[in-house]
Write a protein that binds this ligand. Structure first.
Ligand code: KIV
Length: 280
């Protein structure tokens, strides 16, 4: 890959992009290799999401992901994307217990992981307190409401949120309260398109949708879903490649060449034996 793209984004860049009507493109990444590709693409910012638990670590949901997992993978992404704006996700129970623990965990993502900001799920009173405590440490916060995967046991599965008039209103109120608390960005997941549109219209900060329709200020997808490198692709995803197939085809090609004696070729060998000389 050629030289590293320079990307000088800050939280105010994203607000400006919204005010200028420029759509924001966010994608997840979890390791050094993918972060290099993302850094060299036109993507605006990277989320090291706790979806890591499902697409990289193979868990059934995101709940088993730990702070140590998030710090290790955020640091790997930072090494691959030294100039990108990176949001580190706060895993389940890392911001629920008390404000001191919450601040320590957010700071770990910044100091050890090299993130530019952190993200946490929910918009209740206690989440607003957690967000204020993190902001007080000078750490920018991205909020995440709607179908928040850390709440699947309360929701009874991955179910679209905000469908009843009460739930619709509650999410709009939460979005406004989160903006007032000082988050610089809001991820809105798994809601009807009309709700996505209304939240984006009501807020000055950018609203990044994932399954929130077409009228939000930007989109985020799980990298593995977008690339067709995943076993479960939700309805809101469009796949732009079929990496599963590309990889299996390449592995099978390699196997057949090894078995037929085609690989390694002379070019792949150190000090190759010259067959003609050997025979003399
Ligand atoms: O963990 C994650 O990847 C996320 C996005 C899907 C928004 O939270």
């Amino acid at each position: 890959m050629d030289e590293i793209k320079s990307k000088n984004y800050t939280p105010s860049t994203f607000k400006k992009m919204k005010s200028e009507g420029k759509k924001i493109c966010m994608i997840t990444a979890y390791d050094y290799a993918m972060a290099r590709c993302v850094q060299n693409s036109d993507i605006d910012l990277i989320l090291v999401g706790d979806s890591l638990g499902m697409v990289v670590l193979g868990y059934e949901n995101t709940l088993p992901v730990t702070m140590d997992d998030m710090v290790r993978h955020t640091a790997a992404v930072r090494r691959g994307a030294p100039n990108s704006f990176i949001i580190g996700d706060m895993p389940y129970m890392s911001y629920h217990l008390n404000l001191e623990q919450t601040k320590i965990n957010a700071a770990r993502l910044m100091v050890e992981g090299g993130a530019n900001a952190v993200k946490l799920e929910g918009g209740s009173e206690s989440r607003l307190e957690a967000i204020s405590a993190i902001l007080d440490c000078q750490i920018p916060v991205c909020a995440h409401i709607g179908l928040t995967p850390q709440s699947i046991h309360i929701f009874g599965g991955y179910k679209v949120q905000g469908k009843t008039p009460q739930a619709y209103e509650r999410l709009i109120k939460q979005a406004v309260a989160l903006e007032e608390t000082g988050v610089f960005m809001l991820v809105l997941e798994g809601v009807p398109e009309a709700l996505g549109k209304e939240v984006a219209k009501n807020l000055q900060i950018p609203v990044i949708g994932i399954g929130a329709g077409r009228y939000v200020d930007g989109q985020v997808l799980v990298n593995n879903d977008l690339l067709g490198f995943s076993d479960l692709i939700p309805k809101y995803v469009k796949t732009y490649a079929s990496l599963d197939k590309v990889i299996v085809d390449a592995l099978n090609h390699y196997c057949s060449e090894v078995r037929e004696g085609i690989f390694p070729e002379e070019d792949n060998v150190y000090f190759p034996i010259n067959e003609e000389k050997k025979d003399n």
